[in-house]
Design a protein around this ligand. Sequence first.
Ligand code: HEM
Length: 370
Amino acid sequence: NKRQPFYGNEQSGIITPQQANVALVAFDVLATDRTSLKTMFKTLNDRIAFLMHGGTVPQRDAKYPPMDSGIMGPVIEPDNLTITVSVGASLFDQRFGLSHLKPRQLKKMTRFANDALQSEYCHGDILLQICANSPDTTLHALRDIIKHCPGSLAVRWRRDGFISAHAAASAGQQTPINLLGFKDGTVNPPGNDHQVQRQMLWVQPGADEPQWAVGGSYQAVRLIRFYVEHWDRTPLQEQQTIFGRNRDTGAPLGMRHEHDDPDYASDPHGKRIPMDAHMRLANPRTPDFPKYLLLRRGYSYSYTTSASGQLDVGLLFIAYQSDLDKGFIDTQNRLNGEPLEEYIKPFGGGYFFALPGVKSPNHYLGQTLL
Ligand code: HEM
């Protein structure tokens, strides 16, 4: 029953060790002016502060709908809940007069070569990344927020996800295994390396960004379907060269341990780790590239089946960085055409900006923007 902090310079749910479950929900804002937008952010602030802290749900006269869905009982436990709030580029259109405050790199996600984007799974004014130990906690939180913001928020799309239970229980010590069977998240900035985080994760004072954005982070979201029937009939050797890693240990090919350096200098022509292996394209580790370009916080999803009986499973790719162009966009451009594309199909997502944290109970979420 761990409790994550709601107050701080940055929001929880970004460097927080990954909880087992996520609900990723994009909303359209229905509020039509700045005052109602402010009211919406204040309501969101109060609901999230309560839900993350936990406590007794107030009783109400039975003549009215109850204050709470009741699915967690009369006392809400924190359950390691984090609700991370991000805004999309569309929030900065003409509706609220905020266009001059848009984070400089925030834009509408456009299609990459292998994408088959479905508009019903793309973009949004607001995105909530709701993470917790159990899926009933994330659903409870979502229903609570929807109930309290009836005139101001409308769900646009939603996908739920999970990581392997043993990885979640290890609180960041073990790397989750994705639905292609590979450890995913090995090369990620360690949660306690504050210098790396300052450099690549959070917008810093003095950055070429509006002042209010300090302490925020760009968030790239990609909903990516996996063709697992095809993958499961692919030789292991080929699976491993596609990523550049051993499936079971997670070690770079030719190395022994998961966190061993791939040592590309000793393999300049890609005999051991092919030049077009996913990890090598994603980060060639030449002098031009720092070791960490983005923080990945991916979750698996498993929904239903297609009309022809194929499993609808894949990855909710979520990445945070202070520089969206150098982080996600340049990395994805290097990955375009990679051999992995035969097995994956990105169909949704968008670019968002995770708001700075709420410093104390005297402040509220989004206050520096509004
Ligand atoms: C590394 C899987 C999409 C960026 C990896 C690794 C795996 C993996 C297994 C190696 C282990 C690790 O370091 O975590 C996948 C799958 C994807 C996917 C299955 C979706 C189909 C992406 C996308 C990006 C990305 C869209 C960013 C544009 C990276 C980066 C690394 C990495 C930066 C670390 C490279 C290094 O420094 O060695 N990915 N990935 N991945 N991936 Fe992905």
